[in-house]
Design a protein around this ligand. Structure first.
Ligand code: GLN
Length: 514
């Protein structure tokens, strides 16, 4: 296994993540099998409970992990003092190796190269144990198996137009002082003979209109050759085959036919909270050759209370919702805006507007159906009204009621299609089951399923027990789908998530063509 570590210097927000993933893509295009790790230096065991308004979206992977705290509790350290060095640093290294060895692309055996992105900036106290661990790690895996790429800022002072290299020099010095030597510098400006890194190992990362241009920008500067040389892989990997990628990027640059999707959510001011949903919408729109416009609708602005308190906001929200070609209600927690989301689902159902409800988005669609179609006025989720007489969404029996941490149903779970010719099954290529990622504590009340079904709601997908509802569909609607899982996490630029593809196609009146 070979490792590429991407670190960041000077300031955050330089595009370390985009650089790391573009490098992964470029090496993949050279015929190598790539896996990746993102290290975020925070102490939470339960990343699943972190607020998206502070950290952006909580991205969910297929599996979970084990922490040093768990090990200590289990008694694995036999009463010894648990220290940063060696316990934490050893645990970090073991964890990196374990994750790096997980087979990728559905094929047996580990990948050729693991790209690791270390969050934060060099010098942060938070990342010190990780830097120390990675320093030891680079020594252990040895020269030729480890390539460090340092992404840094070279500011230009406008008055004189001069490039200032000092901040980058300092951050490289800081990195060296911590035992790590960068092989490649990725800067915003071209520099020669700098920080003892040879000229061909300095890459310029300038701003581009669309991040999909970054892999070819790296290729044009022969970044792959520089990396492959450090990793002793030159000659073993092919030339990067990026044609498909660049042609998709070119298509994306020229899109003009619009599609408007209304996103009805709580954190509409913070698009990072729904990053994967947004990306999945982009993937599906490019695939459908449409220019995507996301119209953010703050869910609570759709509610009657806003009509009285802030009529302008109320009117604006409804105008956006009614003007959209499709409506998406993403996942969420807490009761703010829930009634507005229910109204959005009602509007989509009654007016036959394409609708996709994800996780909470599916739960509110079930509540809306129970209220409007069956007439159960107080139908609700026990998350929002613990005393409702018609709990159509309930706390999952196996979760703890007293603790928030560790109670989430997280990661990949299997969904079995119940109706093979329904829209969702067809979009997934008529497979009998699919694996998608989850992140929830509540679920459709299995005891109310028969009643909902009798009224016309189809439960198109269920888990292996048949008691947990995974997909809902309205048969007599152009596109009304709700899913308990999060399809956005598995959407990729060249492989859009089927349900997003369906939403965009339906929003453009082209579902039959998909
Ligand atoms: N709050 C809901 C639950 O816990 C929905 C979660 C979500 O949308 N991710 O089930």
């Amino acid at each position: 296994m070979k490792y590429v570590l991407v670190t960041g210097g000077v300031v955050s927000g330089l595009g370390k993540g985009v650089t790391a993933s573009s490098i992964g893509l470029l090496l993949k295009a050279c015929g190598l099998r790539i896996t990746s790790i993102k290290i975020d230096p925070y102490l939470n065991t339960d990343a699943g409970t972190m607020s998206p308004s502070e950290h952006g979206e909580v991205f969910v992977l297929d599996d979970g992990g084990e922490s040093v705290i768990d090990k200590e509790r289990k008694g694995d350290y036999l009463g010894k003092t648990v220290q940063v060095v060696p316990h934490i640093t050893d645990a970090i290294q073991e964890w990196i190796e374990r994750v790096a060895m997980i087979p990728v692309d559905g094929k047996p055996g580990p990948a050729d190269v693991c790209v690791i992105e270390l969050g934060g900036t060099i010098g942060d106290i938070e990342s010190m144990p990780f830097i120390e661990a990675l320093g030891q790690f680079s020594y252990r895996v040895g020269t030729g198996n480890f390539c460090l790429i340092h992404v840094s800022l070279v500011p230009v002072l406008n008055v004189v137009g001069e490039q200032k290299t000092k901040p980058t020099q300092h951050s490289v010095r800081g990195l060296r002082g911590l035992g790590l030597t960068p092989h490649i510098l990725a800067c915003r400006m071209k520099l020669a003979q700098f920080c003892h890194v040879t000229e061909e190992n300095i890459i310029t990362l300038y701003d581009v209109p669309n991040i999909w241009h970054i892999p070819s920008l790296l290729r044009d500067q022969k970044a792959h050759e520089a990396i492959l040389k450090v990793l002793n892989l030159l000659g073993k990997a092919g030339q990067p085959a990026l044609e498909e990628w660049t042609s998709r990027t070119a298509i994306c640059d020229k899109l003009h036919e619009p599609v408007h999707i209304a996103m009805v959510g709580k954190y509409t001011g913070l698009s990072d909270s729904y990053l994967s949903v947004l990306k999945a919408l982009v993937h599906a729109s490019v695939f459908n050759r449409k220019k995507l416009f996301v119209d953010w609708v703050p869910a609570s602005d759709l509610e009657d209370a806003t009509a009285k308190e802030n009529p302008d906001a109320y009117k604006a929200a409804w105008k956006l919702l009614k003007g959209a070609d499709g409506i998406l209600v993403p996942g969420g927690f807490g009761d703010r805006g829930v009634e507005g989301k229910i109204l959005a689902a009602k509007y989509a159902r009654e007016n036959k507007i394409p609708f996709l409800g994800i996780c909470l988005g599916m739960q509110i669609a079930v509540i809306e159906f129970a209220r409007s179609v069956i007439g159960l006025q107080d139908a609700n989720s026990t998350e929002f009204d613990p005393n409702t007489r018609n709990p159509c969404v309930i706390f999952m029996p196996e979760g703890s009621k007293t603790r928030m941490g560790g109670t989430m149903r997280l990661g990949s779970r299997r969904t079995f299609f119940q109706v093979l010719n329904c829209k969702s099954a067809k979009l997934y290529g008529s497979k009998s089951f699919i694996d998608e990622r989850h992140r929830h504590r509540y679920e459709v009340n299995p005891d109310m399923v028969a009643c909902l079904e009798k009224a016309g709601l189809s439960f198109a997908g269920k888990d292996e027990t048949g008691r947990r509802m995974e997909i809902i569909e309205l048969p007599n609607h152009p596109y009304f789908i709700g899913v308990q899982f999060h399809p956005e996490f598995k959407s990729r630029p060249g492989k859009p998530s089927p349900l997003f593809l369906g939403l965009i196609a339906a929003a453009c009146g082209e579902l039959d063509a998909v």
